[in-house]
Ligand binder design. Sequence first.
Ligand code: AMP
Length: 295
Amino acid sequence: MELIGTFGDTREKYQGTVGLLPTMGFFHEGHLALMGLLRKQCDTLVVSLFVNPTQFDDKGDYAAYPRATDRDAGLAAQNEVDILFVPDLEEVYPVGETTVVEVGGVSQEMEGRYRAGHFTGVATVVAKLFAALQPDIAMFGRKDAQQLAVLRAMVRDLRFPVSVIDAPLVREPDGFALSSRNVRLDAEARERALAISRGLFQAAEQVDAGERRGPRLEATVRRSVRHLDVDYATLASKDTMVPIEQLDQPAVLAVAARVGGVRLIDNVIFDWHDGKPVPDRGLILAERSRLSTLP
Ligand code: AMP
């Protein structure tokens, strides 16, 4: 594996189809699962590691975001990554830069209401990665369902010649969604935060039993997370992210809540098969994550 800091040097190493997995590092088993899935679909596997300042609406969150490049380089090498692209700030944001990418509509709902400018930061950095790394395929996790919808809209609108593939949401054996931020949760906060995935799974069971009313599904989640500081618990269209009252189309039931000073998001996506919603509960790990929990 090679660790490279510039766009140009990265492109020179390509052979065959190029797959890109954009990340902010501090890898956990979710990132590793995505690397494994993308590895099978490309010849040159590029993972980018860049903690993108423009997508943080909260400066404290940016400062506290876990960083460990050496650790991540070791994990990437073990997981058959060809290139770990680790640019510095100026490679991505050249001195004097003034250009941003703003995806309308889909960016405005849910996360958009609570994190001003977040998706402009995400779309801008991913547009730069697409323009300058020119991957054939790019992979994003269903963990960030709205981010996926925003980036699909961007690729459609800007005509990027990149195939966007989504990957399953990877969970702990007890259902808790993996996130780099989980290392900031102590045992008590972790226990309380389990109410998020528990509530989503209860709602998924209701859907399996025939429930289609959005307010009912949202109420189930809200009841479970009532002791947390909740930003939203919303059923929305999967493609537009506009809230819906009835589960009558591909949709996402998404939650954002703060626990112990850490903001967490989770969701269940309802795919559509044979005219019916089918909850995607994600990929449950057989063993407890070693990489995203405190020792
Ligand atoms: P991040 O480093 O958190 O920005 O994530 C990099 C990529 O990994 C994004 O496409 C995320 O959606 C994805 N990802 C992060 N956590 C998970 C998870 N638990 N399951 C699936 N994908 C994830």
